[in-house]
Design a protein around this ligand. Structure first.
Ligand SMILES: [Zn+2]
Ligand SMILES: [Zn+2]
Length: 260
C-alpha cells in the first residue's frame, strides 16, 4: 500500500484503543482546488467558510440518521447545538433526527458508509441553507483492530459517521465515560473537522497545529487534541459533565474564517 493511499484511508478517524483515545484524523492530502458550490462530495474542510460565515448561507441543517437501535442521546444533540450556536454565524440551526433500516453489518468500509449516506440522506445544501450529515452506524469500521477501534470519521465536506455501536460498547460502564458524553465528544470533534480544524480548510492564526498527528490541535484540553498517551483518552472524560471545549486558539481560527 503506498503512503498516500494509506494516509487517505486513515485520515479523519477518531480511534480508541482499550485505554486510550486516539484522534487519528489526519490532514487532507488533497491539494486539488475545489470549486465552491453545493456539491456534497468534496474533501473535508472545503465547506468550512460556508459553515462558519453567513456570507452565502444564513441557515444550517444538521441531519442525523441512525441505524435502528442506535439513536443519539439527547444530551449529545443538545451539546452539538450549543457548540454550533456559539461558533457559527447562522440565523437558524435545525437538527433533524431519523431512523433508517439497520444494514446489520458488524463492520463497514468507507465505500459502504458513503453508499448508505447516498441512499438515505435527504438534506442537501441549497438556497440559503447549508446542510451537514451524520450516520450513526450499528457496527464498527473496517479499519478497526482488536485493540484499536474507530469511534468516528469526517469523510467529506459535510459528511460524518459515528460508530455508535463501538461508542456504546466503550461507554457507560465502570471507569468509562457515559454514553452521552462519549457520543457528544466524538460528534463535536468530527464537526470540528468539517469546520476546517486544524489547518485543514481553516488556516491557523497561531502555532497550535499538531501536524505530526494530522489535522489536530496541540492543546491537551482542546476538543481537537489528538490523544495518544495512555494517561489520557477515555479515562480523561470520566467525571466530566460536558465534552472538551475548543481552546482559544481553535476559536480564533474559526473567527478568522467567518465564525464567531
Ligand atoms: Zn480528529
Ligand atoms: Zn485547539
Amino acid at each position: 500500500m503506498n503512503k498516500t493511499l494509506f494516509r487517505n484511508l486513515f485520515q479523519f478517524m477518531f480511534i480508541i484503543s482499550l485505554s486510550t483515545v486516539l484522534f487519528s484524523c489526519g490532514g487532507s492530502d488533497d491539494e486539488t482546488p475545489q470549486p465552491k458550490n453545493e456539491d456534497s462530495k468534496q474533501s473535508v474542510g472545503v465547506s468550512a467558510n460556508d459553515l462558519l460565515s453567513d456570507d452565502t448561507y444564513t441557515n444550517l441543517v444538521v441531519e442525523i440518521q441512525y441505524a435502528e437501535g442506535y439513536a443519539p442521546p439527547q444530551g449529545a444533540i443538545n451539546n452539538l447545538k450549543e457548540l454550533l450556536s456559539s461558533r457559527l454565524n447562522k440565523g437558524n440551526i435545525t437538527i433533524k433526527t431519523s431512523e433508517i433500516a439497520a444494514p446489520g453489518q458488524s463492520t463497514y468500509t468507507l465505500d459502504e458508509l458513503r453508499e448508505i449516506e447516498d441512499s438515505n440522506r435527504t438534506e442537501f445544501t441549497s438556497g440559503n441553507t447549508v446542510s451537514t450529515y451524520y450516520f450513526l452506524a450499528d457496527g464498527g469500521y473496517s479499519k478497526d483492530s482488536e485493540n484499536s477501534k474507530v469511534l468516528g470519521i469526517a469523510h467529506r465536506n459535510t459528511s460524518m459517521v459515528l460508530f455508535q455501536k463501538t461508542i456504546e460498547d466503550n461507554s457507560g460502564g465502570l471507569g468509562q465515560p457515559s454514553t452521552s458524553l462519549l457520543t457528544s465528544t466524538v460528534m463535536n470533534h468530527e464537526f470540528g473537522h468539517i469546520l476546517g480544524l486544524v489547518n485543514n480548510g481553516t488556516p491557523v492564526q497561531s502555532d497550535h497545529h499538531d501536524a505530526a498527528n494530522g489535522a489536530h490541535c496541540d492543546i491537551q484540553d482542546c476538543l481537537m487534541f489528538w490523544q495518544a498517551e495512555t494517561s489520557g483518552g477515555l479515562s480523561d472524560l470520566v467525571g466530566m459533565s460536558s465534552p472538551p471545549p475548543l481552546d482559544p486558539q481553535c476559536i480564533a481560527d474559526l473567527q478568522a474564517n467567518g465564525g464567531k
